[in-house]
Design a protein around this ligand. Structure first.
Ligand SMILES: CSCCC(=O)C(=O)COP(=O)(O)O
Ligand SMILES: [Zn+2]
Length: 271
């Protein structure tokens, strides 16, 4: 997907609620007329092309509806982020933020972050999930981090009232990797996913997510009660697989529990 200076859709690319119709406004071009190389590529695997494509897929799964949730990718020493509070299924490469990695102040205020590239469209801010994605990069050496608002994840946090979600004896457990990046679990392993309590502002989840990731080094993701899931992997493909396997296990775990059947049959009796 390349960005064309004379794209016929240029006037429809704004993501906020105040669409305007100025054909001259092409956000991919600098005022000096140069193109933005950090987000322009014909390679469908380029992060600036992948983020929009993956967000469209996640939207159909109900993971990033209502503007919430999303994905960040890291490639070498560059981190790619989507804008905050926008229609995630309509993001284009020109809307992507690019940051250098590592950088020390990412967990603090937006103004302290260093950017290599910001969208030209006024009013766009980087995802509020940025410091949480950064947790996955710093603590798990991840190459991608996904945040879902999946109802399966939210329901799991309501039915598992303690610090962790647990499930065993499910084939899909074999798709989950230790710590999200290591070897896969066995059918005989119990999956444990820590749950942190939600906060009014996404950024304020940063510390508790970091603490839980350190307390549970084998955890492949972190659930946020009444909110969703953070999950990561060394590559976008791996992070997506982890997200799909976890979501499946949350969904089936919720159904099993609501049926009154044992979710961990060896522990609860029922094998
Ligand atoms: C209805 S979305 C509420 C905010 C939220 O949970 C979220 O994930 C926002 O992410 P964004 O990338 O849009 O800042
Ligand atoms: Zn969220």
């Amino acid at each position: 997907m390349s960005i064309s200076r004379h794209s016929s859709t240029a006037k429809y690319t704004r993501l906020d609620e105040h669409q305007h119709h100025d054909d001259e406004d092409d956000e991919s071009i600098h005022s000096d007329g140069t193109v933005d190389e950090l987000i322009q590529s014909d390679d469908p695997e380029h992060p600036a092309n992948l983020i929009p494509e993956l967000c469209r897929g996640f939207y159909t799964l109900g993971w990033v509806t209502g503007t919430g949730g999303g994905i960040s990718l890291k490639s070498g020493n560059l981190v790619y982020l989507a804008p905050s509070g926008v229609q995630k299924e309509r993001i284009l490469p020109e809307h992507i933020f690019v940051l250098p990695y590592p950088q020390p102040a990412v967990v603090k205020a937006h103004t302290e972050r260093t950017f290599l590239r910001k969208p030209k469209q006024e009013g766009l801010k980087e995802s509020a999930c940025t410091p949480l994605f950064w947790n996955a990069y710093e603590l798990r050496n991840a190459g991608a981090c996904i945040h879902t608002h999946s109802q399966h994840a939210v329901m799991a946090t309501l039915l598992w009232k303690g610090e962790v979600f647990e499930i065993s004896h499910q084939e899909m457990i074999k798709g989950i990797r230790i710590g999200g990046t290591g070897k896969t679990l066995s059918y005989l392993d119990t999956l444990v996913v820590p749950i942190i309590e939600n906060t009014p502002h996404e950024e304020d989840l940063t510390e508790s997510m970091s603490e839980m990731m350190q307390k549970y080094p084998d955890a492949a993701g972190i659930l946020v009660r009444r909110h969703g899931l953070y999950v990561w992997g060394p590559t976008w493909q791996s992070a997506k697989t982890q997200a799909e396997c976890l979501d499946y296990l949350f969904e089936i775990g919720v159904k099993i529990k609501l049926m009154g059947l044992p979710v961990c049959p060896a522990k609860e009796g029922g094998l």
